[in-house]
Design a protein. Structure first.
Length: 258
């Protein structure tokens, strides 16, 4: 089937194509799909208990899981900008969750009106969270910043760069009567694999960030031997990254030689 689905197609056609891409993801992209699914499982099973007075952490962990799962679905369905947006949200939730987990006495409510308490402005808490991470977990802070910077600098905002995913630039030839594009991003298989691999690396970083924050207070119950599990998974992701990098370099060299 041709992967180019014109944006004028009916909603049902688009839904059918979404289903096909999800169902055939393993066939299309290979080993990176089960590797990503393994990471999703590690993330979703990393927390085994949350006390009743720590509901905000449970809410943030669920938000992280939702963002990461939505990113996975969007990547395999070729909605790259949407996936990157979800990854950015996961990073922001992670910084906030780690800060609140390690600092359980933090007041995240504005109680100036006792009859109507409200959550503090998000930006105010986020600044505290990123500052804490930078001071207490500098290496993790730098890695999260790097992920977020890459997303902000490419796909998180409306830009000409993002339109390049869906438009067929070759259709702008001088003798063309119309140009063509697709509702789905037109990425190479290896580029899609690279995005999924990056998601796997982000999952490692998220789990490790929350695990380290939890070590300070043991505010939630986390799976036994989680540190070993995430380390083994990180090694598997690194091996895949090296293999994919070599394949992509060889492909580039062949194209340059043609």
């Amino acid at each position: 089937m041709n992967d180019s689905v014109p944006p004028t197609m009916t909603l049902q056609t688009l839904l059918d194509e979404e289903h096909r891409r999800t169902y055939e993801a393993r066939e299309r992209f290979g080993a990176i799909v089960p590797l990503a699914q393994q990471g999703l499982t590690i993330l979703s099973t990393s927390v085994v208990s949350v006390s009743a007075d720590n509901g905000i952490i449970a809410a943030i962990m669920l938000a992280i899981q939702k963002s990461v799962n939505l990113a996975f679905f969007s990547y395999i369905r070729a909605h790259t900008a949407q996936a990157e947006f979800n990854c950015r949200q996961a990073i922001e939730f992670t910084a906030l969750g780690a800060y609140l987990l390690a600092n359980p006495d933090t007041d995240f409510l504005d109680s100036s009106d006792p009859q109507n308490p409200k959550l503090l402005p998000n930006q105010q808490l986020s600044k505290k969270a990123y500052k804490w991470l930078e001071e207490e977990e500098r290496n993790i802070s730098e890695l999260l910043k790097s992920f977020k910077y890459s997303i902000n600098n490419s796909t998180a905002h409306g830009s000409i760069y993002v339109t390049n995913f869906t438009i067929n630039l070759e259709s702008f030839a001088d003798n063309s009567s119309m140009f063509t594009g697709s509702f789905f991003d037109d990425l190479s298989i290896n580029d899609s694999r690279a995005y999924l691999m990056s998601l796997c690396r982000l999952i490692v970083l998220i789990v490790e960030t929350m695990r380290r924050a939890n070590e300070r207070t043991l505010g939630i119950g986390m799976k036994d031997a989680l540190e070993d599990e995430i380390a083994l998974y990180a090694n598997a992701v690194d091996r895949y990254r090296e293999t994919l990098g070599e394949v992509m370099r060889n492909d580039k060299q062949r194209h340059q030689a043609d």
